[in-house]
Design a protein around this ligand. Structure first.
Ligand code: ANZ
Ligand code: ZN
Ligand code: ZN
Length: 819
């Protein structure tokens, strides 16, 4: 490195901080607000890697761009700093999670500052601080008041590695989201839930309004999973109850030959006869390690079941039908029991085949000897409904059942209530006590925050159980002895509203001031990973809607636009991981190349939403470019700009503005590179300044430095984005450039072809039309193709042209001869 980039970077980072350049305030006159937000990170001991650096650089470019474009920008950062990884890491390092977290955050902030990110650090939000989680507890109490938080015993997902339950959203294909190798088990536990299902309809309805990637929207659709069907009452003789069985295919009701109840159904054993109980117990034990949600999605799951010993009556055929328990039925969807139609449902078919159960074809069109026929057709074996088209029969049979009051059309959602209890220490204590006299008693608002006790024993079970003096307390109602709830909140609770707290992070009276939130929210541009599609992004949307209905907010959706950044892989495309030793550390990169070089390189690699690989060669190329700019500015003579440079600059402004607005930063880097490469030794101050402004969002430090060198006293960070003048753009100049690029490309191709034939040539002769001769510069082209290039006009009598290649010359397409 020829320049001391790290000194330049430090200098400007200090100045930005000292002058509070990125501090944001509400209601700046004449400016529209713009809220740019990146998903806040979980501070781990390892610190940032280059992948983070990429994510935050994307947000920073956009924030700087919007700021320069006259918006009043809010661009904050914080730390999602409660949760299991910190607790586990702390246990391993034998440090208290609090100490561990504080150190990790310090390190993150240092690294983020070194990246040159333009956050308003005055707005930091740290979820592990009681000043923040107090409001989690406050909201929990509000939810409780409104019946939106409740406690129930339910079959829940348990990860033995986490030693905690998980929400449905945190179970991915039957595995824990944190421990991809660990099967989730089902336990029946009393837990706290939030009523996300109350908002299922609205969560779904509003999806089309979101300016989000289609992929994420689709994932949310499927996750919420609205299903139109029919509930049919089936009489369960053993318990003398009618259960409303949910089906999307009432047209197949005459083909029901057995029922399957979920093996996880809380009331399963009420249906099991004494003689079947032994076998059923064994079965239930064996299959307990299959998670709630994934079963249904795994069509490939081996279907297993056991007969319960009891029966139902088919309400239409009046037949007696056996009830089986099976592993492929969800306990918390519909009635937790399905009417099985093996001839027309794949899962039921497999099940019936395996256990030799009857199959009855009721829809024409398939060959049910070979496989289930799931398509449309005409009804057969279906009494009065025979010959109806199956689509039509859905409505007809439903109406018929409605008339007899044994069925009705119904809507089901896949989305479940959000399980927020966790059996771990490093989370927000749930503000509840259990009193011997009064039962479940919420804390009073004045007693918040209920702080986590610091002295606890880590190791076995929930550490909060070991904090005796914390655990044993008085009931807020009767003052009698009571025990505190030891479950803590899912950390997704924290991240469900942190974006609101940024708007007013120091408020000690309220979670936030409604006017301030009203000014900044909703987030205009949210940036983060696609992995949160069905976790954080569902919870945060739910929270926003609840807080709106509780009167805290007056908008419906938290994040207007969402951008998913692409992954950064290690050299050769391998996923960066500590075990592979290919994690690129920003501290080292900064020392070797400077941060602006790193930022330029990362953003030039690919469109921000596409994956890219780190490469040492690549960043060296960016370094050469950055050093060239530094060199150029120390030599350039200020004078007048020529028309060609003006054209280039104005075109670049026009295009780079669009590229950045549309998150095509890689295209912007190409045009910026082009522009700087074409700047002549002598040009105007205006050209230099505008060029620097274009580069600024990507390379904030060196542009501040060069901006000051040009004699400016104010920060370029606070300058306005340059305008372009369409009239100054002259496409003829562009054509010249294109012609030059084209001839270079053509020559390179010929050389390549010849090389493949193992023929080597060193001299290149180019024949151009007389009026095009000025487009081409022998020196430039020679340099670019790495050969000696001579250019002749076709009209030049004395040209060297032994094979008469000049006869191939056409407008814009010179003849070429190699020797
Ligand atoms: C009879 C039937 C016949 C069905 C047929 C399908 C095809 P979606 O679209 O997912 O809502 N079902 C109902 N409750 C279930 C549960 N708790 N666990 C697993 N499956 C359940 O699908 C609804 C269909 O899934 C219902 O329609 C039911 O099977 C099954 F030829 O009923 B069907
Ligand atoms: Zn886990
Ligand atoms: Zn009491």
């Amino acid at each position: 490195m020829k320049h001391n980039f790290s000194a330049i970077e430090k200098k400007w980072q200090k100045k930005w901080a000292a002058k509070k350049v990125f501090q944001s305030k509400e209601n700046v006159k004449g400016k529209e607000k713009y809220y740019v937000l990146e998903m806040f990170p979980y501070p781990s001991a390892e610190g940032l890697h280059m992948g983070h650096a990429l994510n935050y650089s994307i947000g920073d470019v956009y924030a700087r761009f919007k700021r320069m474009n006259g918006f009043n920008v809010l661009y904050p950062m914080g730390f999602d700093s409660l949760g299991l990884p910190a607790e586990n890491a702390a246990i391993k390092a034998k440090k208290h999670p609090k100490l561990f977290t504080e150190n990790a955050i310090k390190n993150y902030i240092r690294q983020m500052q070194e990246l040159g990110l333009s956050y308003d650090w005055g707005r930091i939000v740290e979820t592990f601080k009681p000043e923040y989680y107090k409001w989690n507890q406050y909201f929990f109490l509000k939810f409780l008041e409104k019946g939106l938080a409740y406690r129930k015993k339910a079959p829940v997902n348990w990860c033995s590695k986490c030693e905690s339950v998980l929400a449905n959203e945190q179970v991915h294909n039957g595995k824990c989201w944190r421990h991809e190798e660990t099967d989730v088990e089902i336990k029946h536990l009393k837990q706290w839930f939030l009523k996300t299902t109350d908002y299922a309809e609205e969560l779904l309805e509003k999806i089309p309004d979101l300016k989000w990637p289609e992929k994420i929207k689709l994932m949310q659709y499927n996750w919420i999973g609205k299903s139109h069907g029919t509930e049919i009452l089936f009489d369960i003789e053993r318990i003398n109850e009618k259960w409303p069985i949910f089906t999307t295919r009432p047209d197949t009701i005459y083909g029901v030959t057995f029922m399957v109840v979920s093996a996880q159904h809380p009331r399963l054993f009420e249906l099991v006869t004494d003689s079947q109980a032994g076998e059923m117990k064994k079965f239930v034990k064996k299959i307990r390690s299959v998670s709630q949600r994934s079963m249904k999605e795994k069509e490939s799951l081996d279907k297993e079941g056991v007969f319960t010993g009891s029966y139902v009556r088919n309400p239409l055929t009046k037949e007696k039908i056996p009830i089986w328990a099976g592993n492929f039925v969800l306990s918390d969807y519909g009635a937790g029991m399905v009417m099985a139609v093996p001839a027309h449902d794949k899962r039921d078919y497999d099940f019936a085949k395996k256990y030799g159960l009857e199959m009855r074809e009721v829809i024409t069109g398939g060959n049910t000897k070979k496989k289930a026929y799931v398509g449309e057709g005409f009804l057969i074996n279906s009494g009065d409904f025979n010959n109806l088209n199956s689509k039509e029969a859905v409505g007809k049979i439903t109406s018929y059942l409605e008339g007899k009051r044994i069925g009705k059309s119904s809507i089901q959602f896949k989305l479940k209530d959000w399980l927020v209890s966790r059996q771990r220490y490093w989370g927000t204590p749930i503000p509840i006590v259990y009193c011997e006299e009064c039962g479940v008693v919420p804390l009073q608002e004045k007693d918040l925050p209920l702080k986590l006790p610091e002295k606890v024993k880590f190791g076995k079970g929930n550490p909060l159980e070991s904090a005796k003096s914390w655990l044993e307390t008085k009931c807020p109602k009767c003052k009698g002895p009571a025990k505190r709830e030891t479950d803590t909140m899912d950390t997704f609770f924290d991240s469900s509203w942190y974006y609101l707290r940024y708007c007013d992070n120091k408020n000690s009276k309220k979670p936030f001031d409604q006017k301030k939130v009203g000014y900044w929210m909703p987030v205009d541009q949210y940036i983060g990973g696609a992995e949160h599609a069905c976790m954080h992004l569902i919870y945060a949307r739910f929270f926003t809607k609840v807080l709106r209905d509780l009167g805290y907010l007056d908008f419906d959706e938290p994040f207007t636009r969402l951008f998913n950044q692409g992954m950064l892989a290690g050299p050769g495309g391998e996923k960066m991981s500590k075990s592979k030793g290919n994690v690129i550390n920003p501290d080292e990169v900064s020392k070797k190349y400077g941060m602006d070089t790193a930022r330029f390189f990362l953003l030039s690699l690919a469109a921000p939403d596409k994956p890219r690989d780190w490469s040492e060669e690549g960043i060296k190329g960016s370094l050469r470019f950055i050093e060239k700019i530094m060199g150029y500015f120390s030599e350039v003579k200020i004078g007048k700009a020529d028309a060609k440079t003006e054209s280039k600059l104005n075109k670049a402004i026009k295009e780079v503005s669009l590229d950045i607005e549309n998150f095509k930063f890689n295209l912007a880097t190409i045009k910026i590179r082009d522009l700087f490469n074409s700047l002549p030794e002598n040009t105007s101050k205006e050209v230099l300044e505008k060029s620097l402004k274009l580069l600024h969002p990507i390379c904030p430090h060196i542009t501040e430095e060069l901006w000051a060198k040009l004699g400016n006293r104010k920060f370029i960070s606070l300058e306005s984005w340059p305008d372009f003048n369409e009239k100054k753009i002259n496409e003829d100049f562009e054509k010249e450039d294109e012609a030059r690029d084209k001839i270079v490309g053509d020559i390179m191709n010929i050389i390549k072809i010849l090389e493949e034939k193992r023929e080597k040539r060193n001299k290149v002769y180019v024949y151009v039309l007389p009026k095009e001769i000025d487009f081409y510069d022998e020196g430039d082209i020679s340099k670019r193709v790495g050969k000696d290039v001579r250019i002749f006009s076709v009209s030049d009598k004395g040209k060297y042209d032994p094979t008469n290649k000049s006869k191939n010359t056409k407008p814009g397409k010179p003849g070429i001869y190699l020797e």
